[in-house]
Design a protein around this ligand. Structure first.
Ligand SMILES: [Zn+2]
Length: 256
């Protein structure tokens, strides 16, 4: 019974967070303030009153359209408001609510939601989202009962940061253009600070597998942009929900 009440509360919290993520996804790439002005239609600029801004419900009642001008509201708004609570509930079902690891992976996995969509739509990862992950990962690593200790966290972030810096520099020298964005470097460093040195290789394999599957399904032309941030963020969510380490070991070495 208590479990059910917690799940309902997490669903409400998750839907509200999803609604906030939609604001981030819309405004961060435009470099707009995320606080003011209040929610408004991107087409007719009319403000959206709170009773028309209820996560999921409002979208469905209005048929995915602005009440005033009829402009279509992109389907990802609804998707974000549905998957955010699902991720939160999934993390709750995997970890003990009172364990610091629950909070750690809830924050990490939820953090990936706006990053996934912003990178998928705009091929950028805002620094406002990527850089705070680095100190947050260190803070969680300082808790004695965390799954990754501070040394593992520090070494993983430092190694991945220097490695990606080198790759970015080599690419620039070879192609006379930027291939690896600064956003990717900060995001990976932040994820490394959460994951630690032992989990990181599995996560990179998982992200690469997702990338390969994506390429096999949606064959893209060579000059199309490739947003690796979407694959790494999807992998982080997946990892947080299931035991990624076990899964990859099974995939690579067989056995179930
Ligand atoms: Zn409108």
């Amino acid at each position: 019974m208590i479990q059910l009440i917690i799940i309902i509360l997490l669903a409400i919290l998750g839907a509200a967070l999803g609604s906030f993520f939609n604001v981030l996804i819309y405004r961060l790439p435009l470099r707009q303030s995320i606080i003011t002005p209040p929610s408004h239609c991107g087409e007719c600029n009319r403000f959206i009153p709170f009773y028309l801004n209820i996560p999921i419900v409002s979208y469905l009642l209005l048929g995915g359209k602005c009440k005033y001008c009829g402009a279509k509201i992109h389907w990802h708004h609804l998707l974000v408001e549905i998957i955010t609570p699902l991720i939160l509930i999934g993390i709750f079902l995997r970890y003990d609510l009172l364990n610091i690891v629950f909070l750690k992976y809830a924050i990490l996995a939820l953090w990936m939601v706006p990053i996934f969509f912003i990178d998928a739509f705009h091929q950028i990862i805002p620094h406002k989202l990527s850089i705070p992950l680095i100190p947050l990962g260190f803070i969680f690593a300082l808790f004695p009962n965390s799954d990754v200790n501070i040394y593992s966290s520090l070494i993983a972030s430092l190694l991945i940061f220097l490695f990606l810096l080198l790759i970015a520099w080599l690419y620039r020298v070879a192609h006379k253009m930027d291939g690896l964005g600064g956003g990717d470097i900060w995001l990976f460093t932040g994820i490394a600070s959460f994951m630690g040195i032992f989990n990181l290789p599995y996560l990179v394999i998982l992200a690469s597998l997702l990338g390969i599957i994506y390429f096999l399904i949606f064959i893209r032309s060579k000059d199309q942009v490739f947003a690796f941030g979407t694959f790494i963020s999807a992998s982080v969510v997946f990892w947080s929900l299931v035991s990624g380490e076990k899964l990859i070991t099974n995939l690579l070495y067989g056995g179930l």
